[in-house]
Every structure is written in C-alpha cells, then in structure tokens.
Ligand binder design. Structure first.
Ligand SMILES: C[S@@+](CC[C@H](N)C(=O)[O-])C[C@H]1O[C@@H](n2cnc3c(N)ncnc32)[C@H](O)[C@@H]1O
Length: 252
C-alpha cells in the first residue's frame, strides 16, 4: 500500500502501523525501544560484517580527528567502530533526535572518550553543531523523507575536504512485493522514492519506511555540493544488496 508522505504532515519520523492491511498513521516518532534495537544490532550481519568494518577501514585510512554518527540510534555502530582500533582521542559526535536513543547511547558509550551527544532533528538547519571530518549515516534515511533540504543539512555537518558515508539497503525486492498489492508503488519508486509498510526486524513493530532508489540519494547529495567518490556493494547471506556511498565535501 503506497502512502503519500504528505499525509504525514507534522509526523517527525513517519510512524505507521499496518493492521489488517490498513495503515494507521501516527504523529509520534517511530517507537523503537533502544535496548531491543541494540540487541538487534549485536546479531545483525549487515552492521557487523559490512557497515562497521567499512567505517573502520575508511577511518583507518584517513585518521580523522572528528567523527559524527548521524542518526546514531543506540550508539552500537559508534561503540564497535571505536572498539575496532581506530586512533584514540577522536572527537565523537553522536546525533539523533530521539532522547531515548541518546540516553541509551550515553549509558553504553562510557568507553569512548570525548563524546558529544547531540539531540537534533535533521529537518532543521544544523547551526551550532561543529563540522566533522568524517561522518556516516547508517539506515537513518529509512525513517523520513530525504529531500534537497535534508541532504543540505546532512552535508553541512561535514567539513570541507571531509567524507560522508551513506549506508542504505537495496529496496527493490520490497517494492516489488508491495507492488503486488498496489502497482502504484512501482511508479513512485521509479521516480525516486516510495513509502512502504514493513515489520521492523529488530523491534517487531510495524513501521513505515522510506524506500529510496540509490540513484535518488546520489542525486540529492550531488545537488548538495558533494562529490561521489566510491560506491561499495555488500550481498547479505540472504542475498539482499546493501550499499555504501562515499561522498567528499569539496574544499572551496
Ligand atoms: C533506522 S535507525 C538507524 C540507527 C543506527 N544508525 C543504526 O544503523 O543502527 C534510524 C535512527 O535515526 C533517528 N532519526 C529518525 N529521524 C530523525 C531525524 N529527523 N533527525 C535525527 N534523527 C532521526 C532515529 O531516532 C533512529 O535512531
């Protein structure tokens, strides 16, 4: 069932519940218990075998003095990247708009020195947030509609000459499955994006997730002034593809 994102005016994260085929939209953020999310991450093949090793590889090659995790959730990825042996003394910034996620992350990230926990909604211009030389966004764009403005806000968190890594799944199979019920979904996806109802595998909650074509995400960040330098693909044990897009913020 396709959902017009505009129907969700004022909906911060786009939370929907699928009950007997009817999507009930809520004005509250996605209900995602941080402890369940963290437990899910701990056994997640994609984060542990693709996302975290890729960030460690980029961080080891660039020796950043600041790293921002954009939409950090429970802080699992940041903790594992830090534990993975990158140089000590990095100024870490963990950004999320959920106070629950940030408090959980704060309680678990006690081993990371120099960590700032930043409550910020990416739909708002990041005025007072220091720019970082390396930033990553892992699956955060599943939660809300990525557009030109948000791409600019995310790019603004990265220093000139810095790197932004964007991790996202290939949603084609989900789109094809949803199109079986509502063929309009396919047309929306063709034009760049559609919204799909799906069970969250970590929390078992039914949520709406924003399914972006990879080309759409690339185009939005190019439009925000970044340059695509690398695209890495990972095929999960279940045969699903995931991508890491690597962008560079050019020096002006
Ligand atoms: C799918 S989770 C991913 C969490 C983490 N990056 C990971 O991969 O485990 C998305 C995260 O983005 C946060 N988020 C959603 N909408 C946001 C917004 N508008 N501004 C900031 N954070 C947001 C959510 O609270 C959640 O923690």
């Amino acid at each position: 069932m396709a959902v017009d994102p505009q129907d969700r005016c004022g909906d911060v994260a786009g939370c929907g519940f699928l009950i007997s085929g009817i999507i009930h939209l809520s004005n509250s953020p996605v209900e995602r218990p941080p402890d369940l999310w963290d437990q899910g991450c701990a056994t997640d093949e994609i984060r542990n075998q693709f996302v975290i090793p890729a960030i460690i590889e980029v961080a080891s090659a660039n020796d950043p003095d600041s790293i921002i995790d954009i939409g950090c959730g429970s802080g699992y990825i940041a903790r594992e990247v830090e534990a993975g042996g990158i140089a000590k003394g990095v100024a870490w910034r963990l950004l999320d708009y959920s106070t629950d996620m940030l408090s959980f992350a704060r309680s678990r990230c006690t081993d990371i020195e120099r960590t700032a926990f930043i409550r910020h909604d990416l739909r708002v211009e990041p005025r007072d947030i220091p720019k970082s030389i390396l930033g990553y966004v892992a699956y955060t764009f599943l939660d809300f509609l990525l557009d030109e403005t948000i791409a600019l806000h995310v790019s603004d968190l990265i220093m000139e000459g810095g790197t932004l890594l964007v991790f996202l799944p290939d949603v084609l199979e989900d789109v094809i499955e949803a199109a079986g019920q509502d063929p309009a979904v396919l047309d929306e996806y063709r034009s760049g994006h559609c919204s799909l109802a799906k069970r969250d595998k970590f929390t078992s909650k039914n949520v709406l997730f924003e399914a972006n074509r990879v080309e759409n995400v690339i185009q939005l960040f190019l439009g925000a002034g970044l340059v695509l330098t690398h695209l890495r693909t990972h095929r999960s044990a279940k045969g699903k593809f995931h991508y890491m897009l690597s962008f560079r913020a050019l020096s002006v």
